[in-house]
Design a protein around this ligand. Structure first.
Ligand SMILES: O=C(CCc1ccccc1NC(=O)c1cccc(C(F)(F)F)c1)NO
Ligand SMILES: [Zn+2]
Length: 406
């Protein structure tokens, strides 16, 4: 009788695949070779992590995200690139010279009174306390987003990720909502060097006001933000009637939501809106701000989402549309859950399935008491009635009928 076929005897075959990377469920070892153009670029450096870890509202979050990706073996399936070190000129593509000069001056943490008055002028007072080396942070965070955008412009990959970016509130000449630089605007302006129509999707709990403001006059960037909208909630903008101005009219889309929304309803709203955007705007590239402060257990205590729910939304646009895609971070104040979420999103674009158990690594104990990858929704009332959702989507649909594809 023939000897039983012994797989182990064969050299490890590099089975050709068609663009998807499947990960061995235990170590995340790459099983299938993917061609680089459909690969994923991940921008990272130790200095970027070190600076982001000093952010007062998300201390050590950047390090937790990176080490969880590493522990799951996801880095082996991506091209890891260092950020650009941006110059002041790179920043003044969007920000004012005075604001950039101020950030540079504040780099040394001398907190003299003279600086106090200067800080107030640029929004660097109470809301955005300056951190030591704030200018170094700004240059590297923006540089990471610019390097990711450059990878898409160069065709080095189809997807590029910077989880240390997504600072969507910063204005041309003012820090806002803990955002000292608007890396999102800088990244979109870089993409516009090659792509005619850029679609920006903002999934953060808060309205992406800084990005919308930057592009509200142009149809070349369509900004679409899904966010909590209710009296007194920051930043207070982003009503469904906020549609953009002049040539940009109807190219700003806002999806105002109430507390308590969960995965299924969010996914339904998301698809009904973005499928219309795909159809009538026909974007040539997309940018997704993946702020994780919508998760069930976030201190913001607002939405009731899970990482799986956000991954379904991301899969719907990134994997189905196959467009050049820039993924950025954002809010997310339950740090371990934000790391769980962005690991899940990274695996989603890689086509990897991750084991439910958090792997042993430096921050393992922060994932207790369950040490599981997924997060469960909590029991909280959902204020998004079907009637409210239908009315909101009807208003958006009416607005979108006024734009044809670019
Ligand atoms: O997440 C943001 C900014 C949130 C923000 C803007 C303006 C003023 C305050 C905030 N953030 C907070 O209040 C905040 C940030 C981190 C942690 C907390 C906590 F108190 F909920 F933990 C609260 N944008 O996407
Ligand atoms: Zn937020």
């Amino acid at each position: 009788p023939l000897k039983p076929f012994n797989r182990q005897a064969l050299p490890r075959l590099k089975r050709r695949s068609f663009g998807a990377t499947r990960c061995d469920s235990t170590t995340g070892d790459k099983i299938n070779q993917v061609s680089s153009s459909s690969g994923v670029v991940y921008v990272h450096s130790e200095q970027l992590i070190r600076l982001c870890d000093t952010l007062l509202k998300v201390p050590k979050r950047a390090g937790m995200v990176h080490s969880l990706l590493e522990a799951y073996g996801l880095l082996q399936n991506m091209t890891v690139l260092p950020p650009h070190r941006t110059t002041k000129e790179d920043l003044t593509v969007f920000h004012s010279q005075d604001f950039v000069d101020c950030l540079e001056r504040l780099n040394q943490e001398d907190d003299s009174e003279k600086n106090e008055e200067l800080k107030q002028q640029f929004g660097l007072g109470y809301d955005c306390p300056t951190i030591p080396h704030v200018f170094d942070f700004v240059c590297l965070a923006a540089g990471a987003t610019l390097r990711a955008a450059q990878a898409l412009v160069n065709g080095e990959s189809r997807v590029a990720i910077n989880w240390c970016g997504g600072w969507h509130h910063a204005k041309r000449d003012e820090a806002s909502g803990f955002c000292y630089v608007n890396d999102v605007v800088l990244g979109i302006l870089k993409l516009r060097e090659k792509f005619d129509r850029v679609l920006y999707l903002d999934l953060d709990l808060h309205h992406g006001d800084g990005v919308e403001d930057a592009f509200c006059y142009t149809p070349k960037v369509l900004t679409c933000s899904f966010h909590k909208y209710c009296p007194g909630f920051f930043p207070g903008t982003g009503s469904v009637d906020d549609v953009g101005i002049g040539k940009g009219k109807f190219y700003s889309v806002n999806v105002p939501l109430k507390d308590g929304i969960q995965d299924n309803q969010y996914f339904s709203v998301f698809c009904r809106v973005v499928d219309q955007l795909k159809q009538c705007y026909n974007p040539s590239a997309i940018v997704v701000q993946c702020g994780a402060d919508t998760l069930a257990d976030d201190p913001m205590q607002s939405f009731n989402m899970t990482p799986t729910g956000l991954a379904r939304c991301l899969h719907h646009v990134v994997s189905a549309w196959q467009l050049p895609t820039l993924l950025l971070g954002g809010g997310g104040y339950r740090l371990a859950n934000t790391a769980r979420c962005w690991a899940n999103l990274t695996a989603t674009v890689l086509g990897c399935r991750l084991p439910a158990e958090i792997p042993e690594h430096e921050h393992f104990l922060e994932y207790g008491p369950d040490y599981q990858l997924d997060v469960s929704p909590t029991h909280r009332p959902n204020l998004n009635t079907d009637e409210y959702i239908e009315k909101t989507i009807a208003a958006i649909t009416e607005n979108l009928e006024k734009i044809s594809d670019g």
